[in-house]
Design a protein around this ligand. Structure first.
Ligand code: GLY
Ligand code: MN
Ligand code: MN
Length: 447
């Protein structure tokens, strides 16, 4: 499989588009992620801030990117760590100031240590500062300090920016619509995840620990040079009912289901897949009935995940199927004075399904697993359009309750696929991963 890449031209085009949008009276500032301490001297693996990566491809901490449209000396300025062989001996090779220019196309680069002296001068004469407001309070303060240094010079005839604008408004709108290259990155992450899910499904057996399955995902993703896009959820039996279950430390029991929510991240582009299947390879009658409702709900949702439908329509479609299904099984109760249709309408209106289906049907997907972008525009649900990528992930989670027949207790099911909205409809990036009951049982049957 050829590994897709984002070209240097595309990174340059992103910066150019952003600068066109903010205009030449503005400056944009984006901070890299910092290293995070796990405990005492040990740090978590570094993960770059997605906005910073989107604009620069630069994958080091302690860096700040500045875009100054129409600046004569260069519009793209990167502040980063200088080269230092003694430190690099311990923590690895840095691009350094020359590398920032030669490898990452910065027009100018400065040591991050000089930022307090240089950045205020880049703000001089500008009207607006765009940065990601209220994401990191330390960074908010630093921006205020840089602005304060410019304001101190106003008696020398220097004008200071008088407007702070949230960069997210502009940048996240750009990130929301994926380019052809980005879609190829996401398809690649999805393809690897599909292959790993398939093997995990085939190899699963009664008596294994959940963490053995989790370990396989970690191993397999790493063997492709990737990592998890988020901490994998591997929940057997009742653990599948815990939406963000990540303990993954219980044994897998006969006649129970296993829910795996795991996706690879390829060069920071995420995939996000959930499959639920019987640990012993055969669904029980009760599991089949609930599973089929979730699958039908997912298909109904995907059918309306197309241009000209709004963001919430897939959720509404899923909720309608789930409500109808739960009513049929007697988990939701009918009011006998009403027709079936009226009952369904009322139950949907009352959100009677929420004890069993308590989350939304998806989210944007991209450089972040819960990717950026507004879900409402001018108070209305956003219309889906080509280039957006969403997840479609209905589920049912039945906790024990005296009101419900015991046969449904502790069954947790979610089915999650990644869906690209296209001009003509949609393309399910994860469609090659089986989810029909017969297909799962066939794959899991001993050969
Ligand atoms: N894996 C996180 C989610 O499905 O939203
Ligand atoms: Mn998801
Ligand atoms: Mn997921």
């Amino acid at each position: 499989m050829n590994k897709p890449q984002i070209s240097a031209d595309e990174f340059a085009q992103r910066r150019k588009t952003l600068m066109q949008q903010i205009g030449n009276q503005a400056i944009a500032i984006v901070s890299a992620a910092g290293l995070k301490v796990r405990n005492r001297d040990a740090e978590y693996s570094f993960r770059q801030d997605s906005d910073f990566l989107y604009l620069s491809h630069f994958n080091e901490p302690d860096a700040i990117l500045v875009l100054v449209p129409e600046r004569a000396e260069g519009e793209f300025i990167l502040f980063c760590e200088e080269k230092n062989p003694k430190i690099e001996q311990w923590t690895g090779v840095r691009a350094g100031l020359e590398g920032a220019k030669s490898l990452y196309a910065a027009d100018e680069s400065f040591s991050i240590k000089q930022i307090d002296q240089i950045l205020p001068s880049l703000m001089e004469g500008k009207q607006s500062i765009y940065y990601s407001m209220a994401s990191d309070f330390d960074f908010d303060q630093r921006v205020m300090q840089w602005l304060a240094s410019v304001k101190k010079k106003i008696r020398q005839g220097i004008t200071a920016p008088h407007q702070l604008i949230n960069l997210d408004q502009v940048l996240h709108e750009m990130r929301l619509i994926k380019s052809t290259a980005e879609i190829a990155m996401m398809q690649y992450a999805a393809n690897i995840s599909i292959a790993v899910h398939r093997i995990a499904m085939r190899q699963c057996s009664v008596g294994q620990y959940e963490y053995e399955i989790e370990a396989y995902f970690k191993y397999a993703f790493t063997s492709y040079g990737m990592s998890e896009a988020y901490t994998s959820i591997v929940g057997g039996g009742k653990n599948a009912c815990i939406l963000h279950y990540i303990n993954n430390d219980q044994t897998l029991n006969d006649k129970e289901l296993l829910l795996i929510d795991a996706g690879a991240e390829y060069q920071a582009y995420a995939s996000d897949i959930t499959r639920t299947f019987p640990i012993n390879g055969r669904f029980t009658a009760a599991q089949k009935q609930l599973y089929q409702i979730v699958l039908d709900a997912q298909r109904a949702a995907i059918a309306v995940a197309t241009p000209n439908h709004h963001w919430d329509e897939p959720h509404q479609a899923a909720v309608a199927v789930i409500t109808k299904g739960l009513l049929k099984l007697g988990i939701l109760k009918a009011d006998k004075r009403r027709s079936q249709q009226k009952n369904i309408q009322q139950l949907i209106k009352d959100e009677a399904y929420t004890p069993y289906y308590m989350h939304k049907t998806g989210h944007w997907l991209g450089l972040d697993v819960h990717d950026v972008g507004d879900y409402r525009v001018d108070g209305q649900w956003r219309t889906l359009q080509a280039g957006m990528v969403i997840t479609v992930e209905p589920g049912l989670y039945i906790s024990p309750s005296k009101d419900i027949d015991k046969k449904w207790w502790n069954i947790g099911i979610r089915i999650e696929d990644d869906v690209l909205i296209t001009d003509k409809g949609n393309r399910v990036l994860t469609q090659d991963l089986i989810k029909e009951i017969d297909d799962i049982e066939a794959l899991m049957s001993p050969s």
